[in-house]
Each structure stands twice: as C-alpha cells, then as structure tokens.
Design a protein around this ligand. Structure first.
Ligand code: COA
Length: 293
C-alpha cells in the first residue's frame, strides 16, 4: 500500500490557473506543489509577502511550474479584488479558487475577547466569502464557465467543537455557503465542494493547536481508527481531483478525509474498543446468562 503516491496523470491540471489562499505554507503549500506538478499555474496569497515569495521560489524550483506570490489579507474585500486583478494580469483567466487560508487557536470561549472571536470569523468565513464573491461575480459577469471553488473546512463544521468555537462557527458558515452556491451558481457553470481533513500535521497549525507537551498528551493518531495521521500527498491527491475536470459531476459535496476520526467520536459505543478479548468472554457470559433467566 502506498498512500503517498501521486494519483493523477501528469497533465491533469494543464492550462488551469488556481488561486490558493494561504498557499505559502502548511497544507496550502502541499496542495499548491501538486497543482504545479500537474501543470497548473498557481497564485498563492497570504499577509506575509516575504514568506510567500520564498515559498513561490522554492515551489517553482521544485516543480518547474509558475507560481505567483500575491500579498492579500482575505479579510479585506478591496485587497481580494486587487489580488484577483493581479492573477488575471499574470495568467489571463482564473479557473479555480481554493479557500484554504484559516486562523485558529484553542481557548475556553469565555476567555475570548469579542475581537479574538471576530479575528477567526473574519479570516475563515469573511475571507472565504470575500474571495468567493469577488471571483464568482467576475466569472458570472464575463460569462466564464467550467469554474470551481473548493473550500477546506473541518469535521467539526457539522458536529461543533468546544474550545475552538470561533473556528467551528466560521467553518460551518463556509460549508453552508458551499452547499448553497453549489445549487444557486451551477447555472453559471461554477461548481462548489469542500474537504474536511482530519489530523494532517503541519508546523504552524499544530504548534498553535497543541502547544507545549499537549502534542504528547493528545496523540491525535490514537484518536483515528486507522491509527495514523494523514500524509499531505493524500490531501493533495483529493484536492487535485476535486478541482480537475474529472470531478465535473461532483457539486455541493463535502468529503471527509480523516481515517474515520469523527465517526469514532460520534458512535455511542465506540469506546468499547478498550475492552480486551478476555473481558469480552466474561461480558458475553454475563449477557447470555441474563437472557436465560
Ligand atoms: N487566546 C485568546 N485570545 C487570543 C489568542 C489566544 N491564544 N491569540 C490571539 N488572541 C486574541 C488577541 O488578544 C486579539 O484580541 P484583543 O485585540 O481583544 O486582545 C485577537 O485575538 C486578534 O489577535 P492578533 O494577534 O491581533 O490577530 P492576528 O490577525 O495577527 O492573528 C491569529 C490571527 C490569532 C489567527 C493568529 O494565530 C494567526 O495569524 N495564525 C496563522 C494562521 C493559522 O492560525 N493557521 C492555522 C489554521 S488551523
């Protein structure tokens, strides 16, 4: 079994231009790398231009593709419009938007200031809305079709989760926007899908979400039925497929890629996995003897 292999054929994204928000680091950078390898031009955005430029240079050297770094704080609509203009100037047409930029930290909700809550909502929900609305309006106005928006959400977008409440609230909004526009804008030839990744280690998010020795205390691999975390290439394979023309009939879907993690938490009796075979022998005996009474 080799889940780290590249899945699509080499020209799968040939001729496409893709905007990846937050594409200069972490999972965004891994997805960008694969898009470039598959022949796409990619525009990567974030607030930190120096970091972004360094990432673009590395990615171009690694892949031989074209990667344009554009500074853009997705919270500001005018910056998003300007970023899209630069993408058009460089590459002509934009085919794909990947809403990947996010912000998150763990905290009891009562400890959050109103501004702290807003900061996460603004990056995740408002940022995804800004990019989607600006590019969507452009596509519709110019009658450009066969376009697609992919958004990175999370499984707690539908289950909710304590201690990351702003993120859960915002991601739920992004998922609702995805499903709503999948229907409303299908007539304009625009598809919308989402990916809900489970644990995929990245330096930035993991240091922020599991600081100090929390990483050892909460070994996330143990929470996953498949007993491992995800490999970046697995996510890149799925993202590349979803934005490619091979997925043209896939619209309004959210695909979970988490090794079964969230369902394990949801199933009422799943914790019985701790029961040993010897204990099962005793339990079976007890249950059967009760039935006989
Ligand atoms: N606990 C409580 N409040 C916090 C906090 C924490 N750990 N971290 C930040 N805040 C509060 C700040 O105090 C501030 O509120 P205040 O003005 O009332 O004091 C507010 O959040 C904004 O913080 P600031 O640092 O100004 O925001 P920023 O825009 O520079 O940073 C973050 C945004 C907080 C999301 C930052 O962690 C970040 O940029 N992360 C990078 C992306 C990321 O998180 N990726 C992982 C995705 S899973």
């Amino acid at each position: 079994m080799d889940f780290k292999k590249k899945m699509l054929r080499d020209d799968a994204l040939e001729g496409k231009t893709i905007i990846v928000t937050g594409g200069g680091s972490g999972l965004g950078m891994s997805m960008t790398r694969y898009f470039l390898e598959l022949g796409a031009n990619v525009v990567i955005t974030s607030r930190n231009l120096e970091k972004l430029k360094a990432s673009a240079k590395t990615l171009e050297e690694e892949t031989g593709g074209k990667c344009l770094p554009v500074q853009c704080d997705v919270r500001h609509y005018d910056e998003v419009e300007h970023m899209i203009e630069q993408a058009h100037t460089a590459f002509g047409e934009v085919d794909v938007l990947l809403n990947n930029a996010a912000g998150n930290f763990i905290s009891p909700t009562e400890r959050l200031s109103a501004n702290a809550f807003d900061t996460i909502i603004d990056i995740v929900l408002k940022g995804s809305k800004n990019c989607t609305l600006a590019l969507g309006k452009y596509w519709i106005d110019k009658k450009q079709t066969n376009k697609t928006v992919l958004s990175i959400v999370t499984t707690y977008a539908w289950t909710g989760s304590g201690y990351v409440v702003p993120s859960a609230t915002a991601k739920a909004g992004v998922l609702a926007m995805t499903r709503s526009l999948a229907v409303e804008w299908a007539k304009y030839g625009i598809r919308f899908n989402a990916i809900a990744p489970g644990p995929f280690p990245t330096k930035g998010a993991w240091d922020r979400l599991l600081p100090g020795d929390l990483k050892e205390k909460f070994d996330l691999a143990k929470k996953v039925p498949l007993k491992r975390v995800g490999d970046h290439q697995e996510l890149a394979n799925l993202a590349a497929y979803l934005v490619s023309d091979f997925a043209h009939y896939l619209n309004g879907e959210v695909i979970t890629i988490d090794g079964g993690e969230w369902l394990k938490g949801a199933g009422q009796f799943n914790l019985l996995e701790m029961v040993t075979p010897e204990m099962w022998d005793q339990l079976e005996e007890m249950i059967r003897s009760q039935k006989k009474k």
